[in-house]
Design a protein around this ligand. Structure first.
Ligand code: C2E
Ligand code: CA
Ligand code: CA
Ligand code: CA
Length: 277
């Protein structure tokens, strides 16, 4: 599998004709990072606002760089995206996170119902072949489809292909969840919400964070939560950093919250320390 990805990478690298020498160097380094086991997954809890319990964790990629230290996605994902390599990172994170969460559910009664969310970049690789690969990973690890959420950003969905929409349909039909991520930051029309197969909305933290001080943003959060509940979707408020905001997002009808109030993303041992009794 890894070897296949490596070959894929070289071909893509040549095809896209990356012009700057530095970019080429960084790209080669990134493609080796997967093979050299330098990628990591950190996990951030997503809390059910009614019960106050951790319902799911979002998998967030990190790169343990040999000289630059632990890098967050903004330091390397844009490059991966430009080079057409991001699907390799996404596949690795999906496989790693699903395998881990399936194991935690088996090993610990208190994590029996834990769900996991992974981020997927929308692109030519998001097609039905990919959807079947996801199903194969679920089958191989024994994670039930209902325990997986695939997050795709609103921004990327506005220019998506029929193949990608079909792939998301396949996942939903098989019982997986699909979340529209960073809602409010794209330029898509409301019609998107009618057309995109989704089971969940995630309101971007730029709205949530300023809601306590900005009545207009608060009104938009309320409207998005309302839209979600009318469409029968779960609504996650991102970037909740304090109690007051948690109360406000609960009042306007968000079903879930995520943010530093509960926890920043953590490595595996940090997460398990938080979640295990
Ligand atoms: P995202 O999907 O919106 O993920 C949430 C980001 O918000 C994370 O940043 C998280 O650390 C940060 N965050 C969470 N709670 C709070 C809070 O209360 N306050 C503040 N200020 N920030 C908070 P991170 O880990 O740096 O990830 C950045 C973005 O990179 C993610 O945004 C996601 O779009 C992308 N990303 C991460 N992992 C992957 C991946 O495996 N594949 C793809 N395609 N994208 C990924
Ligand atoms: Ca996300
Ligand atoms: Ca988000
Ligand atoms: Ca965001």
């Amino acid at each position: 599998q890894l070897l296949g990805d490596q070959l894929d990478l070289r071909r893509l690298d040549g095809q896209r004709g990356i012009d700057s020498g530095t970019a080429r160097h960084d790209t080669q380094e990134l493609s080796r990072a997967v093979a050299r086991d330098q990628l990591r997954v950190h996990y951030q809890p997503i809390v059910d606002l009614r019960s106050g319990r951790v319902d799911a964790v979002e998998a967030l990629v990190r790169w343990q760089h040999p000289t630059r230290g632990l890098l967050t996605p903004d330091a390397f994902l844009p490059l991966a995206e430009a080079a057409g390599l991001v699907h390799i990172v996404d596949r690795w994170v999906l496989r790693t996170a699903v395998t881990s969460v399936a194991r935690w559910r088996r090993l610990s009664p208190s994590l029996r119902d834990l769900r996991v969310a992974v981020n997927i970049s929308v692109g030519p690789f998001l097609d039905e072949v990919w959807a079947h690969e996801v199903q194969d990973v679920l089958t191989a690890t024994g994670l039930p489809p209902a325990a997986l959420t695939v997050e795709v950003t609103e921004r990327s969905l506005s220019s998506t292909s029929p193949e990608s929409l079909a792939a998301l349909e396949v996942l939903i039909r098989s019982g997986c969840h699909v979340a529209i991520d960073d809602l409010g930051t794209g330029t898509s029309s409301l019609a998107l919400l009618a057309d995109i197969p989704a089971t969940e909305l995630k309101i971007d933290r730029s709205f949530v964070q300023s809601m306590a001080t900005d009545p207009r943003r608060a009104a938009l959060v309320r409207a998005m939560a309302c839209l979600g509940s009318e469409l029968g979707l779960d609504v996650v408020a991102e970037g909740v950093e304090d109690r007051r905001t948690a109360e406000m997002v609960t009042e306007v009808g968000c079903t879930h919250g995520q943010g530093y109030l509960w926890s920043a993303p953590r490595d595996v041992s940090g997460l398990l320390t938080l979640l295990l009794p």
